[in-house]
Design a protein around this ligand. Structure first.
Ligand code: UDP
Ligand code: MG
Length: 330
């Protein structure tokens, strides 16, 4: 693994190893947790042995309202090892909110927190390099996949296209970075000030703008269980990622309309010449085509506007983003 700083940052001078929290969002992970928790605890052991993190570092598993025995699995792990803590949400709030709930829970109990998925597709050993980068002064350390070899052709290419689209819309996102990252307590404090309902952490974290670093790692297959991100959910997450950060699609609609107005003038001219030349009967096909074309454009435009109105609707209600049912450590 290699690290590379993005912004220059002052080196942290504290001698005392920092207390680290690892936040794991879990939804129906009864199969994955028994395999992944011991590996995360091993990383904590290694960090403590090398004096990189304090022995009081801990894991926080956030049960995102799983209908299965995920919470019982977390409770059992907490009984076996005092470094495992649990936080249960009252209902399935979604991955982003489960992650936020965990990060907000630990922000005053640690010096830095790492978020990682329960399936350990992201190499947990990269945490060691993340902590090194943190101790070297970074406030945010992004885990970036070195390659997408384990992805299907479709997932790899759709992800690439999506990053490009996001960039073209002015969104500052880190290429091939998901939600595997380290944030310092200070960065978490700043994150807590972002109050939006439509949460897309990958877009928000770069907006915090403190000193950052990147750690590269290899992504593996899930340790057990199956993905909770089917294609439809991934697509809607991608749309959220754009419409929560950029109003450019709205402007595009306006410019498409403007361009079509120009085309319309040309068509008008053509129609006028046809009338003058007495060729007005034919043209059924072009009429049909334009009616369908314009109809779909108008519907699409209304859809995009509707997407933003929907966002305003959820934002103004300002409902709580997640509700905590119980926690193992008060
Ligand atoms: N997850 C969650 N709530 C959900 C869906 C998923 O907390 O509603 C968690 C899940 O347990 C896992 C992480 O989010 O730890 C990523 O999910 P998954 O591995 O299924 O997604 P993929 O890696 O396939 O995109
Ligand atoms: Mg996964």
């Amino acid at each position: 693994m290699q690290t590379s700083p993005i912004n220059p940052h002052p080196v942290r001078n504290d001698e005392r190893p920092p207390r680290l929290a690892i936040v794991v969002p879990c939804y129906k992970e009864t199969e994955a947790l028994p395999a992944s928790l011991p590996r995360l605890l091993e990383v904590l052991d290694e960090l403590a042995c090398e004096g990189l993190a304090s022995a009081e570092s801990f894991l926080l598993c956030v049960d995102d309202g799983s209908p299965d025995a995920t919470w019982q699995t977390i409770l059992a792990a907490a009984c076996n090892d005092s470094r495992v803590r649990g936080l249960a949400l009252a209902h399935n709030a979604g991955h982003q909110y489960a992650l936020l709930a965990g990060l907000m829970e630990v922000r005053e109990q640690c010096e830095a927190a790492v978020s990682i998925d329960a399936d350990l597709q992201d190499d947990p050993r990269a945490i060691i390099d993340m902590v090194r980068a943190f101790r070297a002064g970074a406030e945010i350390v992004y885990g970036v996949r070195r390659s997408r070899a384990t992805d299907t052709w479709f997932k790899r290419n759709s992800a690439r296209a999506f990053y490009k689209l996001q960039r073209s819309m002015g969104l500052e996102s880190i290429y091939d970075h998901a939600d595997y990252r380290l944030m310092s307590a200070r960065a978490l404090q700043e994150l807590s000030r972002f109050r939006e309902q439509n949460l897309f952490l990958r877009g928000i974290v770069p907006l915090i703008g403190l000193s950052t670093s990147i750690v590269y790692y290899d992504r593996a297959e899930r340790v057990a269980g199956e993905s909770k991100y089917p294609f439809a959910k991934m697509l809607s997450f991608s749309v959220d990622g754009i419409t929560s950060f950029s109003a450019r699609p709205l402007r595009w609609i306006f410019f498409t309309g403007l361009t079509l107005l120009g085309v319309d003038l040309l068509v008008g001219l053509y129609v006028l010449i046809s009338i003058l030349r007495g060729h007005t009967v034919w043209g059924w096909s072009s009429l049909m085509l334009s009616v369908w074309f314009l109809g779909s454009l108008i519907l699409m435009a209304v859809g995009v506007v509707g997407e933003y109105i929907g966002k305003i609707f959820t934002e103004v209600k300002a409902r709580p983003r997640y509700i905590v049912r119980e926690r193992t450590v008060k």
